[in-house]
Design a protein around this ligand. Structure first.
Ligand SMILES: [Zn+2]
Length: 274
């Protein structure tokens, strides 16, 4: 266990992972849930944290309580976005946060990345194969949470987020810390030639993360995002990936691809402690 890049916590039956690199930041809470420990049944068993996949609402509400409970936060602190596989970055400032707290935010805003310097607000991304990425600026005390599937990756969602963090809070990526959560590994992520062609036309380094194996293409989601992070000036030693594949570990993770779509979602979360 000592050499793993993540720590595992099991409390009240709820199992979650956190990045050891990010655990060292004392003002940060970081966690990625597993599927273990919740109330959901069948294909959503057990800790499905998405209300938008057809699971029973009361089970998901209970699961939110359970997951937040073990993290020591309340469900009101969760800030959700409507993930659309794009590259839009939402900035949560005091004004937007107040709007949410006053109940004036009726619907989740569409975005695939969220940044904030506000303590006590838990940035969350839901995934089942896509890559959740936490970015921490330890000096400016600002954080970001990114949802990267192949589409968002192709549109440079991580690059957009780094730019936004720098613009908003004035830091530079050379001392930022990156935690990549569980996602589908290149062992299991087959893509069509159409996807590879889209990358070939838009990214000069496409061949470093699109592999032709046997007679099929596979895509290295972590590698593609890693490449964008390094280009932006993030240091390799400041990037931590959990090195777990959501499709290879069905006991721990929901996998959209493995189940052909009908499945739950894990939640990755980052919060500046109050
Ligand atoms: Zn795999």
């Amino acid at each position: 266990m000592a050499n793993l890049p993540y720590s595992v916590t099991i409390e009240n039956g709820v199992k979650y992972f956190s990045s050891k690199l990010l655990d060292e930041v004392d003002f940060l809470l970081n966690a990625s849930s597993s599927r273990q420990g919740g109330m959901s049944k069948g294909t959503f068993s057990a800790l499905n944290l998405s209300k938008a996949v057809g699971d029973a609402d009361e089970d998901v509400v209970q699961n939110w309580r359970l997951f937040c409970g073990v993290l020591g936060i309340n469900t009101q602190q969760i800030f959700e976005v409507n993930q659309v596989h794009g590259n839009n970055v939402l900035v949560i400032d005091a004004q937007l946060l107040a709007k949410k707290q006053n109940g004036q935010l009726k619907q989740a805003i569409s975005a695939d990345a969220i940044v904030t310097d506000q303590p006590g607000v838990a940035l969350t991304i839901l995934t089942a194969d896509c890559l959740p990425i936490i970015i921490v600026d330890p000096q400016k005390k600002a954080i970001a949470m990114v949802h990267a599937g192949w589409r968002g990756t192709c549109q440079g969602v991580i690059q957009q987020t780094l730019n936004r963090l720098a613009e908003c809070y004035g830091g530079t990526p050379d001392n930022w810390l990156i935690g990549m959560g569980p996602c589908i590994g290149n062992c299991c992520y087959e893509v069509g030639a159409d996807v590879v062609n889209i990358f070939r036309e838009s990214h000069a380094d496409w061949y470093t993360y699109c592999y032709y194996k046997g007679d099929k293409w596979s895509f290295d989601l972590i590698g593609a995002n890693m490449s964008q992070l390094l280009k932006a000036g993030v240091r390799p030693q400041n990037i931590c990936e959990l090195n777990m594949c959501t499709a290879c570990q069905p006991e721990d993770f929901f996998s959209y691809r493995k189940t052909l779509g009908a499945t739950g979602r894990m939640m990755s979360l980052a919060m500046l402690r109050e």
